[in-house]
Design a protein around this ligand. Structure first.
Ligand code: NAD
Ligand code: ZN
Length: 353
C-alpha cells in the first residue's frame, strides 16, 4: 500500500514541506517528471518546490511508457547527477505516474526495466517516490504495478517496492482535462470495478473498495446531481478505491484484450478499454449496459473498425499478448478458462472492434 497520502483541494501546495525532510543532501536532487501538457502552465510549474540541483523534466504522454524509455531516463539521471536522487516526483496521469514508479525502481536495481516485467522480480527497494495525479481513473496512484511496453510484451512491474511512498490527491489539478479524455480515463476506473466485482478472485477486501468506487462512478457519470468540483473530488476517490479493489483481486477480459490493442496498435489504455468493453456483453452484461448508458449520456465518440484491415499475423500478435495475461483470465473466467477462451473466440471479438 501507499504509506502516506494527503487529500484536498490545494494540497499540492504542501509538496515542498512534504519532500524537504526526504532530501538526502544538497547534491542528491529531486527529479520532477511532469506531463508536458503543463509546460508554461502556472497551475503546476509556478508551484514546483525546486531547490539546489533539483531537475524538472517535461515528458510527452503521446505514447504510453516503454521499458526502453525508462532505461534512457535512468541513464540520463545517473549521467547528469553526481549523487543518486533524493526522490522522484511524478506529476501527471497514469503515464507519468507509471514512469515515476519505474524510474525509482530502476535507479536501485541492476539491468534493464524489461527484466523486471512480471510479478515480484524486483530485489531492492526503490528510491523515495511521490505521485501527484492530474487526471483520475487509472488507479496508478495507488497500485503496486507500473505498466510498461517492452520488446516482447506489455506487462507491469508488479512488486512491493512499486507503490508510491507518498501520494498527493489534489482534485484542483484535474480542472483542465478535456472531456473525452475525462471519460476514457474515468471508464478505466469503472472497468476496474466491474472486472474486480465480477471476478472469481473477489474477496471482502476488494469488494468493499469496488462497490464504493462503482457507486461513485454511477453518481459521476449517470446522475446530474454533482457540482463540477464535487465531481472532480469524487472521481479522484473513485480512482483510488477502484485501484485498491484490483490491488487485492485482478482485472479481467477488457484489460487483457486492451493490452493487445495497445501493444500492436499503440491504442492508449483508457480508450482501448472502452473500445473492448463495447463488445463484452457475454462476460459483463450489466456492466456493459451501464457503460453504454454513460457513453450515450456524455455523447462520447468511440472509434470503430480499428481491426478491419489487420492480417492474420497481426491478430495473432494481439491474441498472444492477451492470452499471456493468465491471472486476468483466471480471475475473469475461472480455473478452466483455457477451455473457454480460445484463439478463435478472441479473434472474433477483435474483428468486431
Ligand atoms: P495519460 O497519463 O496518458 O493522460 C491522458 C491525457 O490527458 C494526456 O494527453 C495528458 O497530457 C492529459 N492530461 C493529464 N492531466 C491533465 C490535466 N490536468 N489537464 C489537461 N490534460 C491532462 O492517461 P491515463 O489514462 O491517465 O493513463 C494511462 C496510462 O496509465 C497507461 O499507460 C496505462 O497503462 C497506465 N495504467 C496504469 C495503471 C497502474 O496501476 N499502474 C492502471 C491503469 C492504467
Ligand atoms: Zn486499467
Amino acid at each position: 500500500m501507499v504509506s502516506r497520502v494527503v487529500f484536498g483541494r490545494g494540497s499540492f501546495n504542501q509538496l515542498g514541506d512534504i519532500i524537504e525532510p526526504k532530501r538526502v543532501n544538497t547534491t542528491a536532487p529531486f527529479i520532477f517528471l511532469v506531463d508536458d501538457v503543463f509546460k508554461g502552465n502556472p497551475l503546476i510549474t509556478s508551484r514546483l518546490p525546486l531547490a539546489y540541483n533539483d531537475q524538472l523534466v517535461f515528458v510527452s504522454t503521446k505514447e504510453e511508457p516503454k521499458t526502453s524509455q525508462v532505461d534512457e531516463m535512468v541513464e540520463q539521471i545517473i549521467l547528469n547527477h553526481k549523487d543518486r536522487p533524493s526522490g522522484i516526483i511524478g506529476i501527471g496521469g497514469g503515464t507519468i505516474m507509471d514512469l515515476a514508479k519505474a524510474v525509482a525502481i530502476m535507479l536501485t536495481n541492476e539491468g534493464e526495466a524489461k527484466d523486471y516485467q512480471g510479478w515480484d522480480i524486483v530485489k531492492n527497494a526503490a528510491i523515495y517516490h511521490v505521485g501527484v495525479p492530474t487526471i483520475s481513473g487509472t488507479g496508478a496512484e495507488v497500485s503496486r504495478t507500473t505498466i510498461l511496453t517492452g520488446p516482447q510484451r506489455k506487462l507491469g512491474i508488479n512488486s512491493d517496492f512499486t507503490p508510491f511512498d507518498q501520494v498527493i490527491l489534489d482534485p484542483e489539478l484535474t480542472v483542465g482535462v478535456p472531456k473525452e479524455q475525462w471519460f476514457y480515463t474515468g471508464m478505466d476506473c469503472f472497468v476496474h470495478c466491474i472486472e474486480s466485482l465480477k471476478g472469481t478472485y473477489l474477496n471482502a477486501f476488494s469488494q468493499s473498495y469496488g462497490e464504493k468506487a462503482l457507486e461513485l462512478c454511477q453518481e459521476i457519470f449517470l446522475e446530474d446531481t454533482l457540482s463540477d468540483e464535487d465531481s472532480q473530488d469524487q472521481l479522484m476517490m473513485a480512482s483510488w478505491h477502484g485501484g485498491m479493489s484490483i490491488a487485492y483481486s485482478q482485472v479481467g477480459v477488457a484489460h487483457a484484450m486492451s493490452y493487445g490493442l495497445g501493444y500492436l496498435l499503440g491504442i492508449k489504455h483508457g480508450i482501448g478499454n472502452c473500445i473492448v468493453f463495447e463488445h463484452l456483453e457475454e462476460y459483463y452484461p450489466e456492466g456493459v449496459a451501464m457503460y453504454k448508458a454513460m457513453r450515450k449520456k456524455h455523447n462520447i465518440f468511440i472509434p470503430q473498425g480499428i481491426c478491419s484491415n489487420l492480417g492474420d499475423d497481426e491478430f495473432d500478435i494481439m491474441i498472444d499478448v492477451a492470452l499471456s495475461l493468465e491471472p486476468l483470465w483466471e480471475n475473469a473466467i475461472g480455473k478452466n478458462w483455457k477451455q473457454i477462451i480460445t484463439r478463435d473466440k478472441l479473434k472474433a471479438l477483435y474483428q468486431k472492434m
